[in-house]
Design a protein around this ligand. Structure first.
Ligand code: GDP
Ligand code: K
Ligand code: MG
Length: 298
């Protein structure tokens, strides 16, 4: 560790789908947070740890802040808001393709009560003409004072290193909180369940993505074929949804398993035998006890 080592916690907030999880995976250099084009993909607070010679930044990827419609939604918004006053900096991320909207107003009202430095991160600049950025910047500047405004593309990596340099400058001197090879505070079991849920999000539409939870029921060490054996249940809210997840002659479930297995194998660095099944738990998103069972507890 060098002298003047800097460290701190940085939370990423913003409307659903602006690219918070994509950004976090890019800076961590490995996939730990699942991503999709569906809002409310991220349900928990996920910490990603970035360590180099002179600094350690712990990024906190949060569920998008939105007006909640059920108990799971309440939980998700609380998670995002509770992090705001505990961190060294806040990244407020917006999508360059979209103008200022009601969703941002909802978030800005909350950010105004925060004392920590707030950076406006304009993501997805790969999607717009540079001329479009200035009016957008002016619009947001009127609403609130930002420490700095930084346009990036989380997907392509543009300007991400610049953002990291700026953050390092702002962070206080401090200890290395996590070992340098640790990239997340979540156990493998959680990341595995998320990889499975991500494939369901990618392969289904409408209400299904929001109705799904994944529970890992068993992980057994390598067998004689050197494979890790994982058993997981995909939980849905209705019988009709179960049918969709299973698909014709099991084809959908098979595809979910095939894609999830690839991600899990690269996470574990080992061959995996993944056993999946589907369970119905009526209205689980509104039942506190179920939310806790599925890992959505504060
Ligand atoms: P989150 O809900 O804010 O965590 O957003 P995600 O990280 O899940 O991303 C939402 C969608 O936006 C995904 O389809 C991403 O591939 C896409 N996305 C994220 N960052 C960028 C970017 O910089 N450029 C483009 N074109 N797409 C992006
Ligand atoms: K998303
Ligand atoms: Mg996300």
């Amino acid at each position: 560790m060098t002298e003047n080592f800097k460290s701190g916690f940085v939370t990423i907030v913003g409307r659903p789908n602006v690219g918070k999880s994509t950004f976090m995976n890019r800076v961590i250099g490995e996939k730990i947070a699942i991503m999709s084009d569906k809002p409310q993909t991220t349900r928990n607070k996920i910490q990603g740890v970035m360590t180099d010679k002179e600094s350690q930044i712990i990024f906190i990827d949060t569920p998008g802040i939105h007006k909640p419609k059920h108990k799971l939604g309440d939980f998700m918004v609380n998670v995002a808001e509770n992090t705001l006053n505990e961190v060294d900096a806040v990244l407020f991320m917006i999508n360059a393709e979209e103008g200022y909207g009601r969703g941002d107003q909802f978030i800005l009202e909350r950010l105004k009560r925060v004392d920590q430095p707030i950076f406006l991160i304009i993501n997805k600049i790969d999607q717009v003409h540079p001329d479009q950025l200035l009016p957008l910047i002016d619009q947001y500047k009127e609403k609130m004072e930002f420490e700095e405004i930084i346009p990036i593309s989380a997907l392509e990596g543009n300007n991400v290193n610049h953002l990291l340099d700026v953050l390092k400058k702002h962070l206080p001197e401090g200890p290395q909180f996590y070992p340098e090879d640790q990239i997340t505070d979540h156990p493998e079991r959680f990341v595995i369940s998320e990889f499975i849920r991500e494939k369901v999000l990618h392969l289904t539409r409408e209400e299904i993505p929001h109705s799904v939870a994944v529970v890992i029921e068993g992980i057994e060490p390598r067998d004689e074929h050197n494979k890790v054996h994982i058993q997981a249940a995909i939980v849905v809210e209705r019988k009709s949804q179960k049918g969709i997840i299973i698909g014709k002659q099991g084809s959908m479930l098979k595809e979910i398993g095939k894609r999830a297995r690839k991600d899990i194998e690269s996470l574990l660095g080992s061959k995996v035998y993944l056993e999946l099944w589907v369970k119905v738990q009526k209205d689980w998103r509104n039942k506190q006890i179920q939310l806790s069972d599925f890992g959505y507890r504060e």
